[in-house]
Design a protein. Sequence first.
Length: 141
Amino acid sequence: MIYAWLKAGHILFVIFWMAGLFMLPRYFVYHQEAAQGSDEAARWTDRERKLQKIILLPSIIVVWVLGLALAWVTGAFSQGWFHAKFLLVLLLSGYHGWLVGYGKKLAHGETPLDGRKLRMLNEVPGIVAAFVVILVVVRPF
């Protein structure tokens, strides 16, 4: 029974985490389109921080805790598909960290990337999620 609860919780928090990872770059696009130093830009900074603290941070923590618990319960640490999934989740976690850093730059008025590049980066979580789902469901190796 513990397996079912771990899996359900893991899936739910992956959904929350992914939703946040899809939303944050879009928020950045709108933030960058606002006039620098304006009330609108300040509202976007506030929205970004709330998204990070209320959804993204708790979600990534729970995803990692439950994911590692699942791997331990199922003995997945010795399986090839899990190693590939683990690498992809590490990369996605790094992407998450990069987004947090980008948000800090935006809050200080820096805009290193244009809106088009941010829109393209918005596709990263979906692509990674597709590979992770295939690895977990199909277990090709």
